[in-house]
Design a protein around this ligand. Structure first.
Ligand code: NAD
Length: 511
């Protein structure tokens, strides 16, 4: 780690969080967070935090991003409530051990596996959905039975302050702690030894996190970004496609990791689509979208100028929108046409309300376009032709796919959420989050039975006799076939017994 203008590494600063991590590790070793009742209690407290602090959450989001109240309510409140309720409802099931059938050689043994916590985990959040991206992983970490440190993003300071203030009031402070600060704090935290790291943010910083974790062989989940493409064909319901794509792009003013990043379509589709988009934008936000309460603002000046640079540099033409206002960090939802696939706007994640359109000749051409770029977090296909959507699902790679809508695939607690390749590593939401924050541990309980003395011990122990080796190898090769799992046969056995009873009953009555 290097500090600006300093050749001397400040060890005190470097290990500032050592005590925090040690304290959490000590708590974890007491077994407190492994107890399912304890986990349930903490999850219920988290639910109470959400329910009792809606005003505080909405206010922080408004100050950080001028997030519309409707978007805050759905994405950063209702969704979190649904997520924690889902965990509370299913936790006992998720934590149950799974018995596995034993083979003839282990006939009197018990074999099972169960998801067990990693230990002390680090959660680093991003700014665009500051509550969701810090607290959903926390819910999964608690469900998994871990102790956790949460570092919310410094770029949404009001939300970070609210999280730092609320968590100790509702959750057990000896198990869950919040550390606030920027990249330097994150780097200091990364110097510590963690049992698991969960990171949400850009692909560039994701690589920094991955290499820091690799130094200590720490497993990670990386929820990264990327360019999520949208393909629209001429069979799509153009009005509905425009409504759904514009909504997906304008939620949080385009600052959503799975927002549609760019459109690929034919020239014919482009003309119809733009016409519909003009109308939809007017229906949603009126003739003066800047005055609409339903559009957020860009998070800060750095990101404002980063997005404006795309507008200034692109060779494409503005078909819709194009206005901006630095004082308000406002950029109007803008559609660009005639964009060249080699321009920077087509290689970097836009993360703002600009929607470039690139022309392709066909669905195959579009698939080729997608496959030649880094694997995206999401792919959106708008079509009424089943074969086309099936083809995209089969021949492309991405974290998720949604046919005929945007963002909705992430709303189901039953579905995994995560990226692949440049867009991430690992997944969460629902049971996938629980599994990400834990690992299945195999346990075999052997007995000292006489049967196994013959089948296993005699055969496997030295001196290795030729006949024993042959028989042992024969058994090992057939392990799969020698499993003794009586459960599938029980219904047949019951039917057989019932049949016998009926037969005897009939014979008795006839006599
Ligand atoms: P970011 O990478 O700048 O910051 C995210 C976190 O990393 C913050 O907590 C920050 O303090 C920390 N950080 C920043 N620099 C660091 C460094 N050098 N070392 C260690 N930690 C550092 O990302 P961002 O701008 O906050 O978020 C935007 C990006 O995140 C976009 O690419 C977006 O697509 C992606 N994102 C992904 C998801 C997802 O679920 N896949 C969700 C939201 C955002």
């Amino acid at each position: 780690m290097v500090y600006a203008n300093s050749h001397v590494i400040d060890m005190e600063k470097l290990r500032r969080h050592e005590q925090t991590v040690e304290d959490l590790r000590d708590t974890f070793l007491t077994g407190k967070t492994r107890d399912v009742e304890f986990r349930l209690k903490q999850l219920k407290n988290l639910l109470r935090l959400y329910k009792e602090n809606w005003d505080r959450i909405a206010d922080a989001l408004s100050q950080d991003l001028r997030k519309p109240i409707a978007e805050a309510k759905v994405f950063e409140h209702a969704f979190l409530i649904g997520d924690v309720k889902h965990a509370i409802k299913n936790l006992r099931k998720w934590t149950k051990p799974t018995n596995v059938p034993t083979c003839l050689a282990n006939v009197s043994d018990n074999a099972w596996h169960r998801y067990e916590p990693f230990g002390t985990v680090l959660i680093i959040g991003a700014w665009n959905y500051p509550f969701m991206l810090a607290l959903m992983p926390l819910c999964a970490a608690i469900a998994g039975g871990n102790c956790a440190v949460i570092k919310p993003s410094e770029m949404s300071p009001h939300s970070a302050a609210a999280i730092a203030d609320l968590i100790p009031k509702y959750l057990d402070s000896s198990c869950y702690k919040v550390v606030t600060g920027g990249p330097e704090t994150a780097q200091e935290l990364l110097e510590e030894k963690w049992d698991f790291i969960f990171y949400t943010g850009s692909t560039t910083i994701g690589k920094v996190i991955y290499s820091a974790a690799a130094k200590q062989l720490t497993p990670v989940c990386l929820e990264l970004g990327g360019k999520s493409p949208v393909f629209v064909d001429n069979t799509a319901d153009m009005k509905k496609a425009a409504q759904r794509i514009i909504w997906g792009k304008c939620v949080n003013l385009g600052q959503t990791c799975i927002a549609p990043d760019y459109i690929i379509c034919t020239k014919e589709v482009e003309d119809n689509f733009i016409q519909e988009c003009r109308q939809v934008l007017c229906d949603y936000y009126g003739t003066n979208p800047k005055a609409s309460k339903d559009l957020a603002r860009i998070v800060n000046k750095r990101h404002f100028y980063r997005i404006l640079k795309y507008l200034a540099e692109t060779k494409g033409t503005v078909a819709v929108g194009g206005e901006h206002d630095e004082r308000e960090l406002w950029i109007e939802p803008t559609i660009l046409v005639g964009v060249d696939p080699t321009e920077p706007i087509m290689s970097e994640e836009i993360f703002g309300p600009i929607l470039p359109i690139c022309r392709v000749r066909s669905a195959d051409d579009a698939i080729n376009f997608i496959n030649r770029r880094p694997k995206p977090l999401a792919i959106y296909i708008f079509t009424n032709d089943n074969n086309t959507s099936k083809k995209f699902v089969k021949f492309t790679h991405s974290g998720s796919v949604c046919v005929n809508d945007c963002l909705y695939q992430s709303s189901l607690h039953q579905m995994p959420f995560g990226g692949v390749g440049d867009s991430g590593l690992g997944q969460y939401h629902g049971v996938f989050g629980f599994q990400t924050f834990s690992r299945p541990r195999a346990v075999l309980e052997r007995s000292y039975s006489n049967f196994e003395n013959v089948t296993a011990y005699k055969l496997r122990h030295p001196p290795y006799l030729n006949s024993h080796v042959k028989l042992n190898a024969w058994i090992v090769e057939r392990f799969d076939m020698l499993f003794v799992n009586p459960w599938p046969y029980i219904p047949y056995l019951l039917m057989f017994i019932l049949g016998l009873l009926v037969m005897f009953g009939i014979q008795k009555t006839v006599r």
